[in-house]
Design a protein around this ligand. Structure first.
Ligand code: SF4
Length: 211
């Protein structure tokens, strides 16, 4: 368990990731990211309970909404769990940046894997295929009791993308971890092999079922 991951880098042909494995005695540089999701996947990560102490022996948390106060995604990350779909300009910018700076990106939970709940707004897509305008009209004009107007705070409220996208439609993904949320057992089953430098064996409904 003490050996850092050194083989399962980005998928062949992705051309992504930082590419350099950590030194043999180094801790894995570990991150988690929260895009358009409900945080339930992160809550499930915290359900790892006392195994988090074991994890902490092998990784350094370098970026995470639940375990770090670092505001800028750092360089040289080994593994990143990405919760949530890509729904707005901030999500997109962070997804692109983390891909450049991460060796192994995990699509973490059904929202990242399929767009899932946030992707429901794609059902409001107009004839041009975009849902940004129609969903804003519905929420801020048609359903408004008073003061109907679109939100307008440039630089503060990130712009919605026309469609909500699963992570792999935006950046290459190295591993998929479905579930809404993935159970703590499933998360551990994925992470433990990575700590040994192995790719997790994902077979059977217990490890692969959606929902
Ligand atoms: Fe929440 Fe489920 Fe999406 Fe995870 S996959 S962010 S638990 S809705």
């Amino acid at each position: 368990m003490a050996q850092p991951m050194n083989s399962p880098g980005p998928s062949p042909g992705t051309g992504a990731g930082t590419g350099t494995a950590p030194a043999a005695d180094a801790k894995l540089r570990f991150a988690t990211v929260w895009l358009a999701g409900c945080s339930g996947c992160h809550m499930s990560f915290l359900d790892l309970d006392e195994w988090l102490f074991e994890l902490a022996r092998h990784v350094e948390i370098v970026y995470s909404p639940v375990a770090s106060d670092v505001k800028t995604y750092p360089e040289g990350v080994d593994v990143c769990l990405v919760e949530g779909a890509v729904a707005n300009a901030d999500n997109l910018e962070l997804a692109l940046r983390l891909r450049q700076r991460t060796r192994l990106v995990v699509s973490f939970g059904d929202c990242a894997v399929t767009a899932n709940v946030p992707g429901l707004r794609n059902l409001w897509a107009g004839v041009d295929g975009g849902s940004r305008r129609s969903v804003l009209d519905r929420g801020y004009l048609e359903l408004a009791d008073t003061g109907a107007q679109h939100p307008h705070a440039p630089g503060i409220v990130p712009e919605l993308l026309e469609r909500v996208l699963p992570l792999h439609e935006v950046i290459p993904v190295d591993l998929y971890l479905p579930g809404c949320p993935p159970s703590a057992e499933r998360i551990r089953a994925a992470i433990e092999p990575l700590l040994r430098g192995e790719r997790p064996l994902q077979e059977g409904p217990e490890l692969l079922r959606f929902g």
